[in-house]
Design a binder for this molecule. Structure first.
Ligand code: ATP
Ligand code: MG
Length: 330
């Protein structure tokens, strides 16, 4: 069966003043209809660059896909013309961007911005129908008084409302795939929960596949079926949510899991953090990229890049030592 989306061996680089750097290296995953894939990892690990590559929205000319395939319903997005890409973006695959303030146009009312999406993808729709659909979509994402809000500009809205407008625009055409890049980080916890519920409801209703990008493993556990853990541009571990939380294999995943607050901890217990820093793209070590922060590091980790291999079934891990580490004793 063809997956809704299959990313195979994606490699992305940027030309910078100090030379070319590889931001995403050999990343592969697939997304099925109606399912949610989470991409997690610390800042700078390549989550947004992966998402932008899927939509072919990398900044040009600096950003480039050097290698790999991005198959949407079996067709390589990399082979599509700019015109075909326009048809897909927003209509078939849409994205909620990390920064609502920069993604919305400050000089157009939010109503105009959502109606433009209908205009682009459904040119036969009448003006009244566009307005009606815009109001319905605003209602669906919980924007109060949608009729009035349509006339407002982004700066007149609170952060939470702006985020909802972004979500409404992304969902306007009921896409096959929604890429949500940190859709809830700027929001308070109650609104976060509402937005997550909303995305889940819509997913059930229209069967869309969702790629959910976040730093927050708590959110991942709530909404995702499958998880990709990225570190410094590569996949450290990939598994279904159950296996990942039950038996994480990569020392980095362990570190991340150790940083989630848990109910059974005594109040004010300090959260575990991972010591050290992600290596710079300009100064990637040979071998495993996590080596400078890994408590299990050995000589071999400093020379050989660990391949992403099966730990069990579809649970994959990229660590030369994972089989020797007895996590249960710890
Ligand atoms: N236009 C660009 N030019 C050069 N390097 C870039 C560019 N865009 C991104 N990068 C680099 O690519 C790497 C991955 O960036 P990306 O934005 O994907 O990280 P991220 O995982 O989304 O982080 P965050 O959680 O902070 O959003 C980073 O090291 C970043 O500096
Ligand atoms: Mg990002």
């Amino acid at each position: 069966m063809t997956s809704l989306l299959e990313v195979k061996n994606l490699k992305v680089s940027f030309e910078t003043e100090q030379g070319r750097v590889t931001a995403v290296d050999d990343v592969s995953f697939s997304l099925e209809k109606g399912k949610t894939l989470g991409i997690v990892g610390e800042s700078g690990c390549g989550k947004s660059v992966t998402a932008m590559s899927i939509l072919r929205l990398l900044p040009k000319p600096a950003g480039n896909i050097d290698n790999g395939e991005i198959l949407f319903n079996g067709k390589n997005i990399r082979d599509l013309s700019i015109h075909d890409m326009f048809q897909i973006r927003g209509r078939k695959i849409s994205m909620i961007f990390q920064e609502p303030m920069t993604a919305l146009n400050p000089v157009k009312s939010v109503g105009k911005q959502i109606m433009e999406v209908y205009e682009l993808h459904f040119p036969e729709m009448s003006k009244e129908d566009r307005k009606r659909s815009a109001i319905e979509t605003f209602e669906m994402v919980g924007i109060p008084a949608p009729d009035r809000r349509l006339r407002e500009y982004p700066h007149q809205l609170s952060g939470g409302l702006r985020q909802r407008v972004m979500i409404a625009i992304a969902l306007a055409c009921k896409p096959d795939i929604l890429i949500a890049d940190e859709p809830t980080t700027a929001l308070d916890v109650t609104i976060q929960a509402q937005i997550l519920d909303l995305i889940k409801d819509l997913q059930k209703e229209i069967g869309m596949g969702v790629i959910f990008i976040t730093h927050d493993l708590g959110v991942v556990a709530q909404v995702c079926d499958e998880i990709v853990v990225m570190y410094a541009g590569r996949i450290a571990e990939r598994a279904n949510v159950f296996d990942l939380f039950k038996s994480p294999q990569h020392p980095y995943t362990h570190g991340l899991l150790g940083s989630i607050p848990r109910l059974e901890l005594a109040p004010k217990t300090k959260l575990q953090t991972i010591e050290g820093m992600v290596p710079s793209l300009f100064d990637m070590p040979q071998g495993c990229r996590f080596q400078n922060r890994c408590e299990f590091v050995q000589e071999v980790c400093k020379s050989k890049i660990p391949p992403l291999e099966a730990f069990q079934g579809s649970h994959l891990v990229s660590c030369l030592r994972s089989k020797e580490i007895e996590w249960s004793d710890r």
